[in-house]
Each structure stands twice: as structure tokens, then as C-alpha cells.
Design a binder for this molecule. Sequence first.
Ligand code: FMN
Length: 408
Amino acid sequence: MADLSVEFAGLKLKNPFIIASSELTNKVEKIKWAEENGASAVSTKLTFLQIPLYARPYHIIEKGGAFYSPSGERMQVERTQELIAQCKEQTDLKIIANMMGPGEDLEGWAKLGRMLEEAGADMLELNMSCPNLGLMAKQMGVDEEPELGATLGKDPVLAGQVCKAVVDAVGIPVMPKMTPEANTMMVARSVQKAGAAAVSAINCPQSLPPLDIKNGGHPMYPSTGNQSFAGLCGPWIRPLAYRHIAQMRTICPDLPLAGGGGLMNWRHSVEMLMYGATVLTYCSLLYLKGYKAFAKIEPGLRKFMDENGYETLADMRGIALKYIVTPKEVDYIPMLPAIDLEKCNGCGLCAAPGHCECIEIIDGKAVLVDSKECYSCAVCYFLCNREAITMEKAPIEETRAGVAALEK
Ligand SMILES: Cc1cc2nc3c(=O)[nH]c(=O)nc-3n(C[C@H](O)[C@H](O)[C@H](O)COP(=O)(O)O)c2cc1C
């Protein structure tokens, strides 16, 4: 039976599942749900020495589309200290305290870290990645806010200084949380040098939701009169999260990584591990589908590992990285689409793409009319809803890509 336990930057976790910092983790009652549904740790809601600005939580859920979170309630340190104490008393979870110091004031970061350590936090997560603070003010030319959130996290030198200040001040592991707006490889390297025990990634990139175009471009959602830029979360950022984790794992092979961003099921969790994550974080899954969906990840992951011969998480960690090469090194295999006429219903999805004239619908069925023009791009294969197209190896001289390669 697969062993899901993992040692993460000195924390012994029964499994790799962590609930990410958000309003899911601002009350002990909610944190208990996390434990009941199988999490091993939580990252508490963002905490400040002094909350810099009031922000009521609001969210935008585009029907059939993305999930935006432009703002959220923040915690004053005294409240988080109480929350940590309650969690320690009432749960067996490891408690990671997500915190943001006052910009470039290193002593402020250190002081906040010490206060959270004294309250019983097992680890500190340095939020240098919130897209809703600092970054927006900077982009809009407002100077009054200090370097906060993603503004700070984009600067490898400042990120390293902040990390070192907190590492020097506390005895528990320190984990900076990365913004995808940054070159995370450089920032991760800088904070590792500064003593970070781990890194977590990714926080939300900045975005804007759709508009009420019949109302002069007014925001879609009803509960605010205007809007600010919004953190984009959920499935839409997963490929971005994979990229950042894979890049950081490559550049910092020994750095424990908490990988998250758009993980919605056990399959995504496996992919994130294979791209190099040590543990996994979940947020939007809970917002959009609740704890019932989260609770399915553990049995799904365990079954996958048992069926595929992985005994521990370390057996899977980073195993996909060997397939990531430079474009020059990509191994091209000449292939052609093979169409199963029994399954094909002539819907025309495969014939529609604007870059390709190889497939036509003739007498209600898809027909490969010009194999010599086929690049083996496989778009038709991915578009077919009926699994009527398979890609099959072809003699090199029969495909356009093959011919081009031969002529080189
Ligand atoms: C409503 C909401 C509030 C969040 N609050 C915080 C926060 O306080 N601190 C933080 O580091 N990240 C915060 N995040 C970011 C999440 O922790 C997570 O990194 C991000 O949403 C990507 O993961 P996901 O796609 O699983 O949601 C918040 C996200 C959402 C949706």
C-alpha cells in the first residue's frame, strides 16, 4: 500500500495535502473541516502587524469560465495568534502562518514572524505574492503603499533580504510564496540562499474579468460599483503553476516545493508531483466544489500509486522533468491521423482548424485528403470528441514535417 507521508522542510506530514491560505483558513471551525476531510496542514489567512487597507472579500465567477478573487479579508496578528492557539488545541494539523510584513521594513517582517512563532505556528509562509496589494498601486502610479505582495516578490534581492530577516529572527522553517508575475527561478534561488526551508508557488496572477458590455463596460458582478484588478485562480492557472514548479525544481533541485494553483483532482495532484512538487496546496477546489471533492483526492492518489507501482511520493517527484528539453532537442515522430469511420459522425471539428487543409468531410465522414500536407500536429486528434482519430506512426517521407526534416 502506497505511503503518502512526507517530510516537508522539517515538518512530518501524514500526507502532502495542504489547504492554501484564504478565507478557508481564517476560523478554527473551517480549519477543522480541513482536518476532517484529510488535509495534513493548513496555511492560515494572510496576517499583518497592521492591516494596510480594509478590503471586503468579493469574487467573480464567470459562468462556464474563470474564478477571480480581487480582494479578501485580512487578519490582524493578534487574531491569528488566537487562531493558531485554537488550532493547536483542537486539531492535529501542522499550522503554517501566511504573513506579510510592512513592505521593506525588515524589522517589521521579523517581529511579525516572531509573534506567529510564539503563538505556535509550525512554519511561516512569507506572502510576497499577493496580486491585490502593492502591485496594483504601482501599476496605477499610486505611490503611497509600501512594497507589498507581488511587487516585493518580483524583486529577487528584496525577496532575499526579507527572507533572511525572518529566517534570522525565528527558529521555525520559513517558506516564501511566489508570484507567477516574477522570474520564480531567480527569486527561488535568492530566497534559498537567504535560508528559506521551502518555497510555495504559485499565488494568483493578476487579471481582469469580463464586462457587462451592454452597460457601458460596467463590471459584471453586482456587489461593487467598480472594480480593481483581480487575482486569477483555479484551473485556468494550472499550466502556469506546472511551469513554475518545474522550472524551480530544475534550478533548485534540493529545495522543498509546495506546488499549487488550479489543482482540482487527484490526477492534477499526480501531475504536480511529477513536475517536482514535494507537497500540494488547494484553494479554488474548495471554493468551487467543496470538501467532498477534496476528500476524493487521497483515495485517488493512493489507488493510482498502488496500480502504477509507486510506493512513496518521492518515487514520483520530478520524474517528468527528464522530458523537458529545449525546442532544438525535441524528438519529432512522424505521424498521421488515422480515422475510425465507425466512430466518426462527420461533425467536422477536425476539418475546421484554420491552419490545415488535410482533412475534409466527404459524404458525412472525415477523410484525410492530403497526408503530404500533414505536420503531425495532432490538433485534429485532440479536437475529436468521439475518439475517432488516433495518431499513428508514418513513414517519414509521407508527412510534411518529415519531408521538411529530410530536405534540411
Ligand atoms: C479567496 C482567496 C483568498 C486568498 N487569500 C490568500 C492569502 O491570504 N494569502 C495567500 O498567500 N494566498 C491567498 N490566496 C491564493 C491561494 O492561496 C492560492 O495560492 C491561489 O488561489 C492558487 O491556488 P488555487 O488555484 O488552488 O486557488 C487566496 C485565493 C483566493 C481564491
